[in-house]
Design a protein around this ligand. Structure first.
Ligand code: CP3
Length: 321
């Protein structure tokens, strides 16, 4: 998950004042940052150090990641004429450093590497709002007033995500995760009509070339639709229990999640209690990947996370109340 390494002193030590978008262009550095949480915590997989806005930045969109805020676009996308600011991604030419980082990691890692991309809706929301948003008013205004432009934008962003993911798989990524972090802002009807087709093109485009994880925040009401987009694993945030998620999507999909990141800050004891509950629920479902329901919060104590990883590794079904 995003920012797994951000709370680590070794991450802060290695990162200069460069923006993260510059840091990912240095494959040695990006590979090292990817390895840090694996070494420190002994987790069972690594997630590539990159960002969901790397591909659009690489094809020339003027975008920055502002610390404590997130991606900010100098001139937000609002009109049909803005579509000309995007073009298909050519990963070997536009993001060779991502490919190189994956290759370096494959030599170093003894656990699987997860590659990733931003889903069309979530990336569009940054382009249209110009930055992080609470209500997504500009994004929803565009989808409801100019469908033609909306669907053309979704189409461009689905091609960009798919090309990026395919290049990561070709370079050696063992699985991919599609982040539709902010899809939970949508009604079921809007998600199904305006977003699902583009997301499906990405996930079905990957097909069986690598296991697929599909994740969003606050998506309890969208889970069946998100599962149907074509995935192997469904990420669930902490608002929806794995038991409820299981009832909604059935056993065809593995579930990933879903400890509340704030509970890790509450301390190791409460974190263990919640984790045990989640592991029991996951075991009842069948396929389950334990992780946090969203990214590690920056003030998280790395010691607590390390202890939690050991707890998960040692836990056996039926051992908790
Ligand atoms: O943990 C990791 O480092 C894995 C790599 C990773 C990053 N971003 C690096 C990053 C991943 C998987 C992402 C995905 C990402 N980026 C998502 C989807 C997952 C999610 O969390 O919902 C989203 C929505 C973004 C956009 C983004 N990038 C935000 C909202 C922020 C936070 C800004 C802040 O400072 O609070 C970023 C910045 C970012 N991306 C950081 C890292 C390590 C922290 C800033 C930095 O180190 O410069």
């Amino acid at each position: 998950m995003r920012q797994a390494g951000r709370s680590l002193p070794e991450y802060r030590a290695i990162r200069t004042n460069d923006s993260i978008l510059e840091a990912v262009k240095d494959p040695e550095l990006a590979a090292e940052v990817t390895l840090q949480p694996v070494r420190r915590y002994g987790v069972d997989a690594a997630i590539l150090f990159s960002d969901i806005v790397v591909p659009v930045s690489a094809i020339g969109v003027d975008i920055e990641i502002v610390a404590g805020r997130g991606p900010v676009v100098a001139e937000p996308f609002r009109y049909a004429s803005d579509l000309a600011r995007l073009r298909p991604l050519e990963p070997e030419v536009d993001t060779p450093y991502v490919i190189e980082t994956v290759k370096l990691l494959k030599k170093e890692l003894s656990v699987p590497l997860i590659g990733f991309a931003g889903a069309p809706f979530t990336v569009a929301s940054y382009l249209i709002e110009g930055g992080p948003s609470r209500n997504f008013t500009h994004t929803k205004a565009l989808m409801h007033t100019d469908e033609t432009t909306w669907f053309a934008l979704m189409d461009q962003l689905s091609q960009i995500a798919l090309s990026s993911l395919q290049s990561q798989i070709t370079a050696g990524a063992d699985a991919i995760q599609l982040f539709d972090s902010w899809a939970g802002a949508l009604s079921r009807a809007d998600y199904e009509y305006f977003v699902l087709p583009a997301t499906r093109r990405v996930l079905e485009g990957i097909g069986e070339s690598a296991p697929r994880i599909h994740f969003g925040v606050g998506t309890g009401e969208l889970l069946e639709l998100m599962a149907g987009a074509g995935t192997d694993v469904l990420g669930v945030d902490w608002r929806t229990s794995l038991t409820d998620a299981s009832a909604r999507v059935g056993h065809r999909y593995a579930l990933q999640g879903n400890l509340d990141p704030a509970v890790v800050i509450a301390g190791i004891e409460p974190a263990k209690v919640e984790t045990a509950r989640i592991l029991e629920e996951g075991a009842r479902h069948g396929g389950h990947i334990f992780n946090l329901g969203h990214g590690v919060l920056p003030e998280t104590d790395p010691g607590v996370l390390a202890e939690l990883v050991s707890f998960v590794h040692e836990w056996e079904p039926g051992t908790t109340r």
